[in-house]
Write a protein that binds this ligand. Sequence first.
Ligand code: OMP
Length: 238
Amino acid sequence: MKDSLIIALDFPNKGQVLEFLEPFGNEQLFVKVGMELFYAEGPSIIDELKKQNHKIFLDLKLHDIPNTVKSAMKVLAGSGCDLVNVHAAGGSEMMAAAIEGLDAGTPAGFKRPACIAVTQLTSTSEIQVNSEQLVSVTLQESVMNYAALAKKSGLDGVVCSPHEGRFIHSQLGTEFLTVTPGIRPADSSSQDQKRAATPEFAREQGISAIVVGRPITRALNPFESYLKIKNEWKGVYQ
Ligand SMILES: O=C(O)c1cc(=O)[nH]c(=O)n1[C@@H]1O[C@H](COP(=O)(O)O)[C@@H](O)[C@H]1O
C-alpha cells in the first residue's frame, strides 16, 4: 500500500477500461474502481482486474447507519479488493461496524481489505466547510478530528489532501495511511479539486499513497503521463 500510485479508473464501462489498460502491458498497477464503473459493471469488473494481477481500491464511500454499512462491508470483503472506504462523517459507530463487517466477510486464509475514511473531500474548501457544513474550526482541524476518530474506530487510514498529511502523520503515526487524491502535475488544471497538490509535494509531506485520475486517464498519452507522475512521486528525475 505504502508509496503506491493509485490510478482512478473513472470510466463508464469495462470496454473503455480495457482499452485504457492496453498500453500498460504487464505493468502491475494499483487501480481504483469508483461508483461510475462499479454501478455500470458490478462485481465482475473486480474479477476482471484481479485476473490482470492489479491491486484494487474499491471506492464506494459508504455512509449509512452502522448495521447497513456492516452488512455491505461483509459482502465487499469477499470481492477480492484490497482497499475500501467510508465517509468519516458517518461516525465512530459506523466506522467500527465497517471493520466488523469486513472481518466477518473476509474468507479464511485471506487478508481483510484495508479500510480508510474520507475526511473532507478534496473538492471541499475551507469556506465551504465553514459556511455549508457550519463547522466553526479550520479545515485542517476538521480533517484531523475525522482522522483521529477513524483511528480510534479501528480504521487503517484516511483519505485527505496532501496539505493535511504531515499533520496527520505527526499526530497519528506514520503507519496510519494517508491516501491523497487531488494530485495534479504543476502544468495541469486543478478542475473541481480545491485542495490540489503536485506528486512532489505529496512525497515531501510523507503521504502514504496518491490517487490520480484525469491527469492520466484523459492524457493524450496515458502511459507516458503515468510514468512521468510516478517518477515525480518516487523522486526519480532524469
Ligand atoms: O475517495 C476518493 O477516492 C476521493 C476522495 C476525495 O476526497 N477526493 C477525490 O477526488 N476522490 C476520488 O479520487 C479521484 C480523483 O480523480 P481526478 O481528480 O480525476 O484525479 C476520483 O475518482 C474521486 O472520486
